[in-house]
Ligand binder design. Structure first.
Ligand SMILES: CC(C)(COP(=O)(O)OP(=O)(O)OC[C@H]1O[C@@H](n2cnc3c(N)ncnc32)[C@H](O)[C@@H]1OP(=O)(O)O)[C@@H](O)C(=O)NCCC(=O)NCCS
Length: 182
């Protein structure tokens, strides 16, 4: 898995998961709502992207851009007044990309119950240089058993993302070669 704390081709030392783990907290206001009066999914997605971006920047030590966002799941509605915590960590690293896992929890403004998980997402960030070109990132070093499970699950998602992208490209190339113009 991550036996090498130093990436051999770059000499960049690895970084433990805990070094960049971040929580962003925000109280939901009336301007965050949809027509049903609950918080708009896009508002939550913005917070997710913000928290994940902060983690990716911390881990890679510089700018990082969102390459993809997948498996955004909304489990429960969020309401005005709820205190939302967005918890993010690097699950996996490639050469220049990082998968960041995000969990969204809500503390209900009118209940004294523990924060409830209301959503989750996985985002891929690419670290970029001043010209916007991908640059190498430190290898993430999972510390706990949970971090290790998340690393292994992220590898499965990475394999599926690449396979899906390749399959779609091949299909498009075949249709173009067959003279189909859509
Ligand atoms: C993301 C971006 C830097 C990738 O650039 P690229 O020229 O395609 O570079 P590469 O093909 O070498 O990809 C770089 C890494 O990102 C990964 N990646 C690129 N596109 C991806 C995608 N759609 N999903 C998952 N990973 C992706 C690659 O697998 C590679 O990972 P690795 O280095 O760990 O193996 C480029 O597409 C970009 O700048 N996109 C716009 C990002 C942006 O503006 N985001 C904010 C949205 S407004």
């Amino acid at each position: 898995m991550t036996d090498q704390a130093v990436r051999p081709e770059t000499d960049i030392p690895g970084k433990p998961t805990s070094a960049s783990r971040t929580t962003l907290s925000h109280i939901m206001s009336g301007s965050d709502t949809n027509l049903l009066g609950t918080v708009h999914g896009g508002v939550i997605m913005k917070l997710v992207d913000d928290a994940a971006g902060a983690v990716a920047g911390r881990h890679s030590g510089g700018p990082a851009v969102t390459a993809s966002m997948d498996e955004m799941v909304f489990l429960e509605p969020v309401r005005v007044g709820d205190l939302v915590h967005v918890k993010a960590q690097v699950n996996w690293t490639g050469r220049s990309s990082m998968e960041v896992g995000v969990r969204v929890l809500a503390e209900r403004w009118n209940e004294s119950t523990p924060a409830q998980q209301v959503g989750s997402a996985y985002l891929v960030f690419a670290a970029v240089d001043a010209e916007g070109r991908p640059r190498p990132v430190p290898t993430v070093i999972p510390e706990t058993e949970r971090d290790k499970r998340r690393y292994q699950e992220a590898q499965i998602r990475r394999t599926h993302r690449l396979a899906r992208r390749r399959a779609i490209m091949e299909l498009r190339e075949k249709r173009a070669a067959d003279g189909i113009d859509d």
